[in-house]
Write a protein that binds this ligand. Sequence first.
Ligand code: ZN
Length: 176
Amino acid sequence: MATTPTQAKPGHARHDTALIHGLSSADVQKLSEMSIEAKARAYCPYSLFRVGCSILLKDGSIVQGANVENAAYPVGTCAERVAIGTAVVQGAKKGDFRAIAVATDITPPASPCGMCRQFIREFCELDMPILMYDKNGKSVVMTLGQLLPMSFGPEKLLSTDQIALEPHQESRHEEN
Ligand SMILES: [Zn+2]
């Protein structure tokens, strides 16, 4: 069911590649519209690089974010981290995130920066799709695992039991 470019509204075309990740076309439509809408609210007077983000949660709700910059440049934060922080404060837990969409004004689409990939990794499964929209609303879809291979997550941290059994601790006891 192809639509010609003249029939499709900009930013609202169907994105069949996302459907393989278990999202309905309605989910994809909502993620697309809400990330592009969030982009319009970016505060980026220094870079002029607008980024909008939308997150689809398991309950069907959408949380938005946009980049918010600062006169002290490194203090500014990315759209993805604004959106995830908002979702967490609203009660979202690890496992509640179904998909993340990011929209920018460039083409080909921009992907989340390294810091955001790690931030996303804290709360999301490796097979979660990340939809990246270009200036014309065309998307590329990749999973978190593809964007952040061999990643480090909270489950990799040692438990307090494991830390107590660290070899150097034992040898110190033997010396005494
Ligand atoms: Zn980022």
